[in-house]
Write a protein that binds this ligand. Structure first.
Ligand SMILES: [Zn+2]
Length: 248
């Protein structure tokens, strides 16, 4: 039975039995994987402190139950546990939101080293409290882009006309903004979105703004972008994420 070794970020766990847990990791080499950690809840388990939620670790696993694509975790060694993220709830919720999005928007065994690095970068920023609100928005934009869900935010998604209005309507179903002509008859529109907030979000997603700590963003633009993303993510995932309501 081959052993696999990779860098991993713990994005979820659930109890499996009195002593065991199933962990979901986003890994550099394999993308999202799930692994059963037998005996991890025992008092003297070697893995205690090495696979906490959001930790960055090296993990070793075997493909034990391949039919269910559930692997067996045999060893974990934490590199970074991000203690500051756990000390403040807003930081913790933002990091958990990123983890929840990755869990829901990626497929099993479909690696993206770029996404792994972006998630790791976000956790490091949250831990050091550098460019925090904008770092989460940038991460979400890059995740939407990599997973093929990035909406069209500059031009009408139906007719292609460039938007010149200050506020725009957005169609989650069509995946983009719609001009006043094309929005007639379109159900489920999100109205009155500020065009400058959407444009900033688009530039963050496309990595046109890389010095995140220098990007100035007003609390109201952050709030409007956040509200838009919560609605759009709920639409594409067909469910509300637990963490969305805790984000400022
Ligand atoms: Zn149009």
């Amino acid at each position: 039975m081959p052993y696999e070794r990779t860098d991993a970020i713990t994005i979820r766990y659930t109890d499996f039995s009195e002593t065991s847990r199933i962990f979901t990791f986003y890994t550099r080499r394999f993308g999202r994987v799930s692994a059963l950690a037998k005996g991890v809840k025992r008092k003297y388990s070697k893995m205690i402190g090495h696979v906490d939620l959001l930790s960055h670790s090296e993990i070793i696993f075997t493909s034990g139950l391949s039919r269910d694509r559930l692997h067996i975790l045999t060893e974990a060694n934490a590199y970074e546990t991000f203690p500051n993220i756990r000390k403040q709830l807003p930081r913790f919720y933002a990091a958990c939101h990123a983890a929840e999005l990755v869990n829901n928007m990626t497929s099993l065994d479909d690696p993206s080293p770029e996404l792994f690095d972006q998630l790791l970068d976000l956790l490091r920023r949250r831990d050091r409290n550098v460019g925090t609100a904008i770092a989460l928005l940038a991460f979400e934009g890059q995740l939407l882009l990599l997973s093929g869900f990035m909406p069209q935010l500059s031009n009408c998604v139906s007719c292609g006309k460039k938007n010149r209005q200050k506020t725009v309507a957005f169609s989650p179903r069509l995946g983009g903004i719609v001009c006043s002509k094309c929005s007639t008859g379109e159900a489920e529109l999100i109205h009155d979105l500020p065009a400058d907030a959407l444009s900033l979000f688009e530039r963050l997603a496309q990595k046109k703004l890389t010095k995140l700590s220098r990007v100035k963003i007003s609390p109201s633009v952050t709030h409007q972008t956040r509200a838009f993303l919560n609605r759009y993510e709920t639409y594409i995932l067909a469910k509300k994420l637990h963490t969305a309501k805790h984000l400022g």
